[in-house]
Ligand binder design. Sequence first.
Ligand SMILES: [Zn+2]
Length: 279
Amino acid sequence: MSVIVTRFAPSPTGLLHIGHVFSALEGWHLARDHGGRFLLRIEDIDRARCRDTFEQAILEDLAWLGIDWDEGVRRQSDHLADYASALAELRARRLVYPCFCTRRQIAREVELAQTAPHGPLGLIYPGTCRTLAAAEVEARLEAGDHHAWRLDVTRAMEETGPLAWRTLDGSTIPVDTGIAGDVVLARKDIPTSYHLAATHDDHVQGVTVVTRGCDLAPATHVHCLIRRLMGWKEPLHHHHRLLVGEDGRRHAKRDRSVTVRSLREAGLTPEDVLAMARP
Ligand SMILES: [Zn+2]
């Protein structure tokens, strides 16, 4: 295999908790144990929820723990124009379409359809706007109606043919886009989405192994499709288990007690915290 280049990609919407440390260590060890590179990327496209103070805290907490990274920090909010041009290409190829539905309308449609509407990533969009007449679409875009851009996965799969992605330990998983449906690639208020920005950045950063929690494994199907459409190299995937607390529940941002900050203030050393994240 080529040299391992992997990354830790937190969103600065809160303080780092012990679950984040676990995920960061998965990638850090993978890179450090194999002479590879470990990158840090701040996924801050949702400016309404992200805070510069949280970004600072993430950098400080990682440094305190001794989790170092190679190259500079990549900050997604610095690259919005690049995501916009990727979207423009998909638009020109008619692989995305504008969706004018509100969340409430989608929920109602899904309820009416009564087909398994929930995927592991949430509600699966029923495709309402995929079949809107071209004249109506044009008129509504012209009028400035609020809309998101969705990937037409059926059309996209027709272009690519069957796809598969590979795990670090050698499994090959056939792409099943039904898991996520026509995902949103850009919103009006945020000109990109997790799916587009993450795949774009993995490409430009030369990531060869995507390290992230197994809760995000379902997104890999659509990411594989986006990569093939854009001609971006397909990395290997390491979907690690999630660290759970003593109560058996996964750590989440709401659990203030297990932030690196609070553990540090309680007098724990970096070694203590690293040991907690390596049960
Ligand atoms: Zn719609």
